[in-house]
Design a protein around this ligand. Structure first.
Ligand SMILES: Cc1ncc(COP(=O)(O)O)c(C=O)c1O
Length: 387
């Protein structure tokens, strides 16, 4: 039983045994940003994901922004899931793009073929022609990119995969493994290395692609889109852009974290198994249907309360919080954020609304112990036996 007062966050970094010597050695070098360590980190990401190119940057939001800009779409009309972090929607609003919100499968929180076909039907009826789709691999889970890409190809829609939750997740098909980021069925995949993600560089992000032209665009976009000419006019400005570069010390941390990824994955998968074992005895909520897949690198442990407990969710979250178990909601549907209203031209949200009312995220990270899972389980049990 736990004696110390715990604060169980829904996610946490694991920077144990960080090589501070390597970091301090870098700080006295000439190049402390966007140098050889970034290149090495990119190479290692390519190796992991089996993609041809990788570009690291300063966070996952930048990765999304650079990806969208790199496609040079004149009038972006973009389909994104309603269950979504606010990164892609805010970028699109800042770009004054048109946003189409797609519904999600209520069991996975992700867009599936039915959701995509449904929103495309609505688009057709209204003579709207979307040109970009940015789905999310949710919680560590993996989208069926092959099937989604067939639908997008037929409709002339490009795809950027938001893989920020699912770095290191792998699917096995016909004895072949596909790690998220292979980008076989999309233009690009983006990642975040924020502290709670599957690996962290403190802040950081990356994009993988197999398209050389897009790779070149991304490299330019990362540094203001300034091309050196080596002439008396020293720079050619290609497009307006920003500074999205990663510092070398972040890349050094990333290289180290990559080495620990399979340990993180195994550790979290064991915790998930422990949760599932315990939760078999409870009948108050559902766990995501894919939790049994061992090749998935779980980012968060998302559960959904059954209908009759929807109105108890706030009380439940407050109760857990009082017991030092911090929870989160992943996510509030995008259409509910009023700031996006003038950019949203279509929205489907039937399942997203149900998902939002039912979903909450329980602690899952590599600093957590099986004893702490027991503690969370006991508290949950107590709550449901008292209402
Ligand atoms: C699905 C998704 N996309 C994008 C991002 C943005 O990543 P970052 O926080 O590194 O900017 C996040 C971060 O939480 C995310 O969860």
């Amino acid at each position: 039983m736990i004696k110390k007062k715990v604060l169980l966050n829904y996610g946490s970094q694991n920077l144990n045994n960080l090589n501070f010597k390597k970091i301090s050695q870098n700080l006295i070098q000439q190049t402390i940003t966007n140098g050889n360590n970034c290149l090495k980190f990119e190479k290692n990401i390519c190796k992991l994901t089996n993609s041809k190119f990788a570009v690291v940057c300063n966070n996952g939001t930048s990765a999304l922004m650079m990806s969208i800009l790199s496609l040079n779409i004149k009038n972006p009309i973009v389909i994104i899931p309603n269950i979504n972090f606010v990164a892609s929607s805010s970028i699109l609003a800042l770009m004054k793009a048109k946003i189409i919100l797609c519904d999600v499968n209520v069991k996975t929180g992700m867009v599936d073929e039915t959701c995509l076909i449904s929103i495309l039907k609505k688009c057709k009826n209204k003579k709207i022609k979307p040109n970009l789709f940015i789905p999310i691999h949710y919680a560590g889970d993996i989208l069926n990119m092959k099937n989604l890409s067939i639908i997008c190809k037929k409709n002339n829609i490009k795809i950027i995969e938001d893989g920020c939750h699912s770095f290191g997740s792998k699917s096995i098909q016909k004895n072949q493994s596909y790690t998220v980021g292979h980008s076989k069925y999309s233009e690009m995949t983006t990642f975040s290395f924020h502290p709670v993600k599957n690996i962290t560089t403190i802040e950081g992000g990356a994009i993988t692609t197999n398209n050389k032209k897009l790779y070149r665009n991304l490299l330019l976009l990362r540094s203001h889109s300034l091309e050196k000419t080596f002439k008396s006019d020293p720079y050619k400005m290609l497009n307006p852009s920003l500074n999205f570069r990663m510092a070398e010390i972040n890349a050094i941390i990333g290289i180290d974290q990559l080495k620990k990824l399979s340990y993180f994955k195994k550790y979290k998968n064991n915790l998930v198994k422990e949760y599932l074992n315990k939760f078999k005895k409870l009948e108050n909520f559902f766990t995501p249907i894919n939790f049994i897949k061992s090749e998935i690198c779980w980012h968060i442990f998302a559960i959904r309360l059954k209908n009759k407990y929807f109105n108890k969710k706030e009380k439940f979250m407050n109760y857990l919080n009082k017991n030092n178990i911090t929870t989160q909601i992943h996510y509030k549907p995008i259409y509910k954020h009023n700031v996006y209203k003038k950019f949203i031209i279509l929205s489907e949200s039937y399942n997203s609304d149900i998902f939002y009312r039912s979903q909450l995220t329980l602690p899952l990270h590599t600093q957590m112990t099986k004893n702490e899972i027991e503690y969370v389980f006991k508290k949950i049990n107590l709550f449901f036996s008292s209402i």
